[in-house]
Design a binder for this molecule. Structure first.
Ligand code: ZN
Length: 369
């Protein structure tokens, strides 16, 4: 297992800067990825995205009678163009540094390596989807991901693992809501009875909203920002609040969503409007996910790896595949640290190890259908 060729490939990907909103840069890297996937035998399709980078889908053939395995990666990063000037690709003490290297150009690299060299047999077709907008919530790829998920047998997501290398078998869903209150302005000293205070109404609502939180069920809720009013001698005509909601189960996400959408004003003459929603549903640790992880653990042992699993509060495109009911394993990327941070890096010796793991999973995982 020699890592230098993989490291070279990784360096090339890192040197192609690819912020989520820079279409020309994304399309250059997407073009390179398409070529690399084609070189490895994939039938490659570029899915047009006028809002951002085109997505890249590669289909590797296998028995047609069974559903494909879905491999998910993203090639956008959170780093603006020019970051390489201050945060160059570099190697130090067994680690490789650079913008987007850990999240998740190393993940793309191990797939390109695995499919070229290490996947010894394909019990089913393999579909690899590399998207360009994961870091901004996957606005243009979500429907595509869900559509592919409905056609596949299971999904492997190339996001970074937990800090200790654990695979991710549960992710919280994340919701953002805006609650706006309309009241009626009036002179606070002269004609207060003609006013309807949007702030008083918002205060009532905030206390009620916080009662929806259920820490035991893994549901958190935070009114993190409030605004309202104009000056002290005016009954405030408007006020609003930003709300962050996280939940580990789809049922809880639905409970909160329904509750927020049905809130009623308690102050006569005021009006409420709520907007927003869950931009990523929770990735539940379902029995199918547990079964898939258990297989992965056994396959890992044959490679000398003791795989563990973990849960995280952050979201990924794995949330979308899991929510369609597709058994999903996430965090198959390379060990490292510093996602979205200045010291972003990977552990070089993890490259061949995780490539071998990915290849073994694609060769050995057994799922009905
Ligand atoms: Zn990522």
């Amino acid at each position: 297992m020699n890592s230098p060729p993989m490291l070279e490939l990784l360096e090339t990907l890192v040197r192609h800067e690819s912020p989520s909103r820079e279409k020309p840069s994304l399309d250059r890297l997407g073009g390179l990825l398409a070529e690399l996937l084609r070189d490895r035998g994939g039938a490659v399709e570029r899915i047009a995205n006028p809002e951002g980078g085109d997505h890249v889908l590669a289909r590797f053939s296998g028995p047609d009678a069974v559903r494909p395995a879905l491999v998910l990666g993203h090639f956008d990063t959170v780093w603006p163009l020019g970051t390489l000037a201050t945060m160059p690709f570099r190697i130090e003490e067994g680690r490789a540094y650079g913008p987007g290297i850990y999240d998740m150009k190393a993940g793309l690299t191990i797939f390109l390596d695995a499919i070229a060299e290490r996947v010894k047999k394909r019990p089913r077709p393999i579909w690899a989807l590399f998207t360009s907008d994961e870091e901004i919530g996957s606005p243009s790829s979500r429907a595509l991901i869900e559509d592919l998920a409905r056609q596949c047998a299971y999904a492997l997501v190339l996001e970074p693992p937990m800090a200790d290398g654990s695979l991710k078998t549960a992710r919280k869903g994340v919701g953002r809501y805006l609650l706006a209150v309309d009241g009626k302005a009036a002179h606070a000293g002269v004609a207060p009875q003609e006013g309807r205070s949007a702030i008083v109404e918002l205060a009532h609502q905030i206390l009620d909203i916080h009662k929806l939180q259920d820490l035991e069920a893994g549901t958190t809720l935070n009114v993190g920002v409030i605004r309202g009013g104009t000056t002290t001698n005016v009954v405030p005509a408007s006020a609003s609040a930003d709300i962050d909601v996280r939940s580990t189960s789809i049922a809880e996400a639905e409970r909160i969503d329904l509750a927020l959408r049905s809130i009623q004003a308690v102050t006569p003459g005021t009006r409420l409007s709520i907007s927003g929603g869950f931009n990523r549903p929770p990735m539940e640790r379902s029995p199918a996910v547990v079964g898939l992880f258990e297989q992965a653990r056994r396959i890992g042992l044959t490679l000398g790896l003791e795989l563990t699993e973990g849960a995280t509060g952050g979201g990924s495109d794995g949330n979308f595949t899991a929510a369609t009911g597709l058994p999903t394993l996430d965090g198959l990327g390379v060990l490292g640290a510093g996602a979205h941070a200045l010291d972003e890096h990977i552990v070089i010796e993890s490259l061949p190890e995780r490539s071998a793991l990915l290849a073994a999973l694609l060769s050995e995982l057994q799922v009905e259908s």
